[in-house]
Structure formats: C-alpha cells, structure tokens
Design a protein around this ligand. Structure first.
Ligand code: IPM
Ligand code: MG
Length: 358
C-alpha cells in the first residue's frame, strides 16, 4: 500500500485528550513497523461549530473523503445542547457516516480477563465474553424521512421520525455480519422487533435470504427487548449480533458495560470498499473533560482496528493489542476500570505505559 493518510478528528470533551494518546501510539508503531502513515487533523463537532458555524465544515469533509482512514475522538457536550438539531455536534458525526457511506459498524465487546472484577456482572457470567455487534449505521430511524416537529391544527406540537430500511440496505449489512461470523464463532443472531414493526419483518426476511449464501453460518433471530435482557442475563450465548441503527446504538452500550467499562471498547465504521472511520464506542464524557483522567484505551484500540481493517498492518495492530493487555497485566488502570489493588493512573500516564509496552 502506498498511500496511508489518516485524518485525525479529536472532537469535543475528552476527545482531544484520548486522541492525543492514540496518536502517540500510532506514531510509535508507524516508526517501529515502517508503515509510512502520515496524518493531519481537522475540526468536527461542537468545536468545529464554535470555530466555523458548522459541526462538519466543508474542509473537514473534503479531507475525510480523501483519507485512507479516519480516527475520531468523540463529539458533543452540554455547551451545545440548546442548538438547533441541524447544527448539533452529533450532526458532524452523522454527516461523516452518511457522506462516506460507512454503513457497517463493528463494535466488539471483549472482556479482558484482567478486568473481570470491573464488570457489574458476576465474573462467571462475563468471563471469556467475546461478542461482535454489527450495527447498520447509515439508515433506519436515524436518517429516515420525513422527520421533524410540526404543529397540528389544534395547535399541539407533534414530533415524528421515520423508521425505514430498503432491501439493499438490509442485504449489505447482512453480508457484513455473515462475513464477520465466518471469521469467528459462525453464529449470527439478528435482532428485530418483528412482532410490532413492519420494517423489521422485512429485515428478518432479508436476513434469511442472505443466510442461504452462508450455509456454514447459523442464523437465529431475537426480539430486541429479549436481546437486551439476554445480554445482561447470559451474554456468552451470542457470537455476532446484527441489528439496525437505533437498536445497535442501545445494545452496544449495554454490551460495552459487560466488559467492565465502555472506556475499553473500540469500533470500526466501514464502507463497501473497507475504508473506515475508527472511534471509541463511548461519548465525549463532558463531566470529566480536561481532568486528565479519561481512559484512552478504547481510542488506542481503535487505532489497532484501523491498522487491521483499513491500513493492512496486522502486525502493528497485534502489537498494540498486546501492549494494552500487558499494561493491564501490570495492574495499571484509569479510574473507570480500577478495582482494589490497582494502580490508578491518568490519561497521559496510561498512554506512556502503552508506549513503553510497545
Ligand atoms: C454512538 C453515539 C452516536 C450515535 C451519537 C453521538 C450520535 O451514541 O456512536 O453510539 O447515536 O450513533
Ligand atoms: Mg451510542
């Protein structure tokens, strides 16, 4: 691969702090494995709005389209809560997802054995947990039209959104899930609400149709409310879970917490060519922004996913994942994942430890 240009989008809240550590890790493996990665930064989210009046400035979108991969921190915060929906920080993130057609969102929930105590569930329920949530990311109720808040004839206001999926949108995310399952436990559980919502009746039907092309992978279906319950009751029953945008948003936060902290989980959002945006599953955590205590590991692990999926640098990805595991073995923890007997460290110290382990 010749061009390896990464766009760095720190964003808001803890975004800049955690991304700074992830970039140090990227620079380190770049040097160590002679990857030839170059990177530049741009504005997105609330910080972009403050500077330019748009959460996704044209310049950022242009750079994003040209990049081989994107590393994003997080967007949003109470400072921008009052803004019109069209310019909220989250629109920057959603705009990147839809403009780059990043329809396939991979959210692994893996329990590091060292963190079994940090989970809110009993260790035996989560030990060895390894789930992959495949979330459709550019359709469904997040993007369906019409949407808005209108005033009815009687003067009362009404909010409305549209939950819509067409066959090709369902088909391509189904393929993502089946392909991913082939490389793991060969089981896909498709999550729907087909007892109430027609759109997910179609979803279920297309999943069945695509499953025929993957006879080596087992497909099952589960209603979303039951899936939420099963995730906290017996999460190890799942291998790959595939679902739409909104259910995936909700279930992936629940799955993340099983692993001790949402601060540990990376994600990849890929388009049909495998180009992608990589970000931690967690948000901008405005309550701890600027304090230097945020956990940078999800972002550092997102760099590993980026190297593996978009930059064809598996060895570097493996090295980062091993370094993170090594740091946890040493007993180092940011406060979100600390239990008794651990050494609690801040964001930068955690970055230092990962660099040292590399
Ligand atoms: C996520 C986030 C976003 C989403 C927000 C920030 C728009 O919660 O990536 O899960 O809802 O998709
Ligand atoms: Mg979310």
């Amino acid at each position: 691969m010749t061009s390896r240009n990464v766009l760095i989008l720190p964003g808001d809240g803890i975004g800049p702090e955690i991304v700074a550590q992830a970039v140090r890790v990227l620079d380190k493996v770049n040097e160590k494995f002679a990857l030839g990665v170059t990177h530049e930064s741009a504005l997105v989210g609330g910080s972009a709005y403050d500077e330019t009046g748009s959460p996704l400035p044209e310049a950022t979108l242009t750079k994003a389209k040209a990049a081989d991969a994107i590393l994003l921190g997080a967007v949003g915060g109470p400072k921008w809560d009052g803004l019109d929906m069209s310019v909220r920080p989250e629109k920057g993130l959603l705009g990147l997802r839809s403009n780059l057609d990043l329809f396939s969102n991979l959210r692994p929930a893996i329990l590091y054995p060292q963190l079994a105590d940090a989970s809110s569930l009993k260790p035996e329920i989560v030990a060895g947990l390894d789930i992959l949530i495949v979330r459709e990311l550019t359709g469904g109720i997040y993007f369906g039209q019409p949407r808005g808040i209108r005033t009815l004839e009687n003067g009362e206001r009404e909010g409305f959104n549209t939950y819509v999926y067409n066959e090709s949108e369902i088909r391509r995310i189904a393929h993502s899930a089946f392909i991913a399952a082939r490389q793991r436990g060969k089981r896909v559980c498709s999550i729907d609400k087909s007892n109430v919502l027609e759109v997910t009746v179609l979803w279920k039907e297309i999943m069945e149709e695509v499953a025929k092309e993957y006879p080596d992978v087992e497909l099952s279906h589960m209603l979303v409310d039951n899936a939420a319950m099963q995730l906290v009751r017996a999460p190890k029953q799942f291998d790959v879970m595939v679902t739409g945008n909104m259910f995936g948003d909700i279930l992936s936060d629940a799955a993340a917490m099983l692993t001790g902290s949402i601060g540990m989980l990376p994600s990849a959002s890929l388009n049909a060519e495998g180009r992608g945006m990589y970000e931690p599953c967690h948000g901008s955590a405005p309550d701890i922004a600027g304090k230097g205590i945020a956990n940078p590991l999800a972002t550092i692990l997102s760099v590993a996913m980026m190297l593996r999926y978009s930059l064809d640098a598996k060895d570097a990805a493996d090295a980062i994942e091993a370094a993170v595991s090594n740091v946890l073995d040493q007993g180092l923890r940011t406060s979100d994942i600390a239990s008794e007997g651990n050494k609690v460290v801040g964001t930068e110290e955690m970055g230092n430890a990962v660099l040292a382990a590399l």
